[in-house]
Design a protein around this ligand. Structure first.
Ligand SMILES: [Zn+2]
Length: 59
């Protein structure tokens, strides 16, 4: 008796966006007008690659 092959269809897993975590990116926060100084502070910003979905665009 042949073991029945389980044909569980794998759900298409969305690729996580390579540019962010969960749709949020941490951008260096620029301070100072004359000297472009990048501080250690980071601000969260919406990822423009996936538009905040956290999944890589598939198109
Ligand atoms: Zn993203």
């Amino acid at each position: 008796m042949a073991a029945q092959k389980s044909t569980v269809k794998a759900q298409p897993q969305p690729f996580p966006c390579p540019d962010c975590r969960g749709g949020q990116v941490l951008e260096p926060f620029q301070v100072g007008g004359r000297k472009k100084h990048v501080s250690n502070a980071r601000q969260e910003a919406l990822c423009l690659t996936c538009l905040g979905t956290g999944e890589a665009p598939t198109d």
